[in-house]
Design a protein around this ligand. Structure first.
Ligand SMILES: Cc1cc2nc3c(=O)[nH]c(=O)nc-3n(C[C@H](O)[C@H](O)[C@H](O)COP(=O)(O)OP(=O)(O)OC[C@H]3O[C@@H](n4cnc5c(N)ncnc54)[C@H](O)[C@@H]3O)c2cc1C
Length: 531
């Protein structure tokens, strides 16, 4: 770890190892700044592993006239897809249409329509959806992703899982992304470019000390305390952004964050094709049903106010029932609580724009610099996984007003670790890995390429059979992979491995996870003793 003193401060000290903190750290390190990042838990342990996992423009935001956000996000989808074709891929979304579909009545578009055509009040007519999709197709300058199509649902694979009353649908494109892996890859790349990444390290206090920040941290595992110095502080605390402002750095800021919980349920696979569904509810909200981890379906999300960031978000029985009932308005075969194999929940740290409902609060980001009392601090509010790279560029623009940057924006077009292969080269990479390591078989090879891309070979080394990869922990997770995750990807516990670096928690038993945890703990102890 690089030690910072008043004589050798970092340029930046980043609080928060979610997507925004890690994205800013990577961009800044690549421009020659010295960066230290502290994350109190694991990387992506809060909101950035609990999203719907879409690189998307956000079709529904058009109803809120968030055109800037939608435009930026649509353009960004393909920039990101090219940089990480292993952890991100195109998906088609099927939006079944029925004439009873309803708006959330408070959206600007709904209000305008109600004024111009009072008989349409509260309705979401087909022509309006087509208009929205036309904008969605054309705002983002697509080159890779196919445009909108109209589908007949009768007798088709897309119609098969749905109730017969749905006869027509629209289909459009967005992308999937493995959110927690995206965060880790940003952190790794930041580290490779010189940043210091500290996980399980909580910032307990920071105060201005002349032209510098003096930052106090505490190690969550050993309780060891440390002091760091930096020229500028970046508050990317996500749901804790307000807590950092008011309780950790004592800033007299009036900016507020609005915490909105969103929950998902995961069921066994509900249908046999690889497209997603976009369902519109009678309450004007929308949810997605998405093919997930080959054998499962992901359904979400909800919007619920969440008062306290320290209260761990969980999918409440009410939210679970809401999602089940919502999906049952569409699927022919009703699902029930017994079909749910896993749930997860996250808290959106939205900029408080005074919107009436949680659904209506802006999903755009806001960056605020405070330099009134000496050394500057940048507070990050809101944002999407999709716009993290652009958010980081905007942050660097603000940072550049206080610290000289050695170069300009650089991250567009630069591959993430393991993502240096063509955007349509995934299948070829799986085949080539399978040729070199025939013992893997198709399913295992696919999983490894999805996670590690071109780095899968480095992980496997010169193994010629599964036994060469060491102990097996179940579901194709081997000692070699766990060691890779501990050495290269900051993993410390079984939870880091089975719920964030991978989603093998869906396939491993509690006993297997606990055995993995024990093995990792003893390896950690040996490594710590050797240091
Ligand atoms: C249900 C849901 C669905 C979503 N779906 C999508 C989607 O499909 N597509 C999309 O683009 N976006 C989506 N989003 C939005 C996206 O997930 C968030 O905007 C993004 O993850 C926020 O990242 P962040 O880095 O700001 O916050 P976080 O990921 O929460 O990171 C902040 C980090 O700061 C750390 N921290 C806080 N205080 C301290 C301290 N004192 N010391 C050290 N560390 C600290 C926390 O531990 C945390 O890890 C969704 C969000 C939710 C909740």
């Amino acid at each position: 770890m690089r030690n910072t003193t008043p004589n050798t401060p970092s340029d930046l000290f980043v609080i928060g190892g979610g997507i925004n903190g890690c994205g800013i750290a990577r961009d800044a390190a690549g421009r020659g700044l010295s960066v230290t990042l502290a994350e109190m838990g694991d990387l992506a342990s809060a909101t950035s592993s609990a999203s719907t996992k879409l690189f998307h423009g956000g079709l529904r935001y058009l109803e809120y006239l968030e055109v800037r956000l939608v435009h930026e996000a649509l353009v960004e989808r393909e920039v990101l897809l090219r940089a990480m074709p292993h952890i991100s891929w195109p998906m088609r979304f099927v939006l079944p249409y029925h004439k009873d579909m309803r708006f959330e009545s408070e959206t600007p578009v709904s209000k305008m329509l109600g004024l111009a055509m009072p008989w349409m009040k509260g309705r979401r007519p087909a022509w309006l959806i087509r208009m929205g999709l036309f904008m969605y197709d054309h705002l983002g300058g697509r080159k890779i992703l196919p445009g909108t199509a109209t589908l007949s649902l009768k007798g088709t694979k897309e119609g098969a899982p749905l109730q017969a009353r749905f006869e027509r649908a629209y289909e459009y494109s967005d992308c999937w992304v493995e959110d927690s892996r995206l965060v880790v890859l940003n952190a790794r790349d930041a580290e490779a470019r010189g940043a210091t990444i500290m996980t399980r390290t909580k910032v307990t206090h920071a105060q201005r000390d002349g032209a510098l920040w003096r930052i106090e941290t505490e190690d969550a595992e050993t309780s060891a305390k440390a002091t760091h110095y930096a020229k500028m502080l970046i508050n990317a605390g996500g749901p804790w952004v307000g807590d950092v402002i008011h309780d950790k750095i004592d800033l007299p800021s009036r900016e507020g964050v609005r915490l909105v919980r969103g929950s998902h349920i995961v069921t066994r696979r509900l249908y046999d094709h690889d497209k997603c569904y976009f369902f519109q509810g009678s309450d004007g909200r929308i949810i997605f049903a998405i093919p997930y981890e080959r054998d499962f379906t992901l359904i979400g999300t909800t919007d619920a106010e969440h008062e306290n960031p320290d209260r761990r978000p969980v999918c409440t029985p009410e939210e679970q029932a809401y999602l089940i009932n919502f999906a049952n308005q569409y699927f022919a075969k009703a699902i029930s609580a017994e079909d749910v194999v896993w749930t997860y929940s996250g808290v959106r740290p939205l900029y408080d724009d005074g919107a009436s409902s949680a659904t209506a609060a802006t999903r755009d980001y806001t960056l605020k610099v405070d330099a009134t009392g000496g050394a500057p601090v940048l507070n990050v509010f809101g944002g999407k996984i999709t716009t993290y790279r652009r958010l980081a560029e905007s942050a660097l623009e603000k940072i550049g007003a206080h610290i000289t940057l050695k170069s300009g924006p650089w991250t567009a077009g630069v591959a993430m670790p393991g993502g240096d292969f063509p955007v349509d080269g995934f299948d070829a990479l799986v085949q080539s890995l399978n040729r070199k390591y025939p013992f893997l078989g198709a399913v295992w090879a696919r999983r490894l390429v999805r996670a590690y891309g071109t780095e899968a070979e480095a992980l496997l080394g010169d193994a010629t059979c599964a036994a060469d990869l060491g102990r097996g922990f179940g579901a194709t997770l081997t000692e070699a992979e766990v060691i890779w995750l501990m050495r290269q990807e900051f993993a410390r516990t079984a939870e880091d491995v089975v719920w964030r670096r991978t989603k093998l928690g869906l396939r491993l038993s509690e006993e297997e996870i606990s055995a993995l945890d024990g093995w990792m703990a003893s390896r950690r102890e040996r490594a710590d003793a050797a240091e």
